[in-house]
Write a protein that binds this ligand. Sequence first.
Ligand code: EAX
Length: 328
Amino acid sequence: MSRQNFYKTTALAFAMMFGSAAANAAPTELVVAHALSATSHYAVGAEAMNADLAKRSNGKFKLTQSYGGSLGGERELAEGTQIGTVDLAIISTGPVGNFVPDTLILDIPFLFSSYEHAHAVLDGPIGQKLLDKFPEHGLHALAWGENGFRNLTNNVRAVKEPADVHGLKIRTMENPIHIEAFRTLGILPTPMAFTELFTALEQGTVDGEENPIGVILSANFADVQKYLSLTQHIYSPAVILIAPSVWDGLSEEERSWFLESAKAGVKAMREKVRSDADNGVAILRDKGMKVVDDVDTASFQTALQPAFDEFSKKFGKDNLDAIKNFKQ
Ligand code: EAX
């Protein structure tokens, strides 16, 4: 056997031995944490991300879920990724503005006119510019996910127009934009972590809350809420966070895997959100909720004008118009 063939044969033997060992090596397991249930859109998104990543990395990475807020509410999950006690998290933008203030512009009521409009903005240059803001605040965002259009539930009365919400004690996310908007409507806003919300509704600590249909369904709020009003008053993005300590340890190729797998997760999340929005109201009616599906949206927008004026000063009318008028 020539020297050259000897080296080739030896190299091939090593590649087969170590290659197969590498292929059989235990995957690096990372936990994706969120506050929703195992049947929710966040869970569906996390599983889709896991399946894509396992395939793309040839089994090198495996994502498992910690759901139901077992690792904390959404603010705690964001903090956990900052300090590295949480590997990845899927959370709504609710508390994110406390970490990355520039994202608060996304939480303005009636800013987005449709899911397609929201996706075009978030998946385009405006969304990317906001994602690029996360690292300077100790966070790292892989992609914008989706929570959905938020609707009001409560135990006091059917809500069709602004006068109907006066004096209601409504749980809000820990988000200053939401709190200011709800105060403008005469609501008594009560910021609270999602993990405390079901008990607060059950005990009557608050009269109501507001969430996308998928959250109202997967959190069984029909068990503790009588009225649902399809206000669609805020589009709620979600965000897929990865701990900077995890991200920094990845190679360029591995980072590309995570970015592509996050897109697969977002696609699945958005499909589940739409399915819940399209099919969930009938289910909630069957569970006994009294549904107002002819909300006077225009009157809510008029009543919110003082808050809109404040938001225009705070974020700049040009920036708001750039989002409102964004065309894909
Ligand atoms: O992110 O806190 C909330 O109402 C959120 O919509 C929920 O946790 C899903």
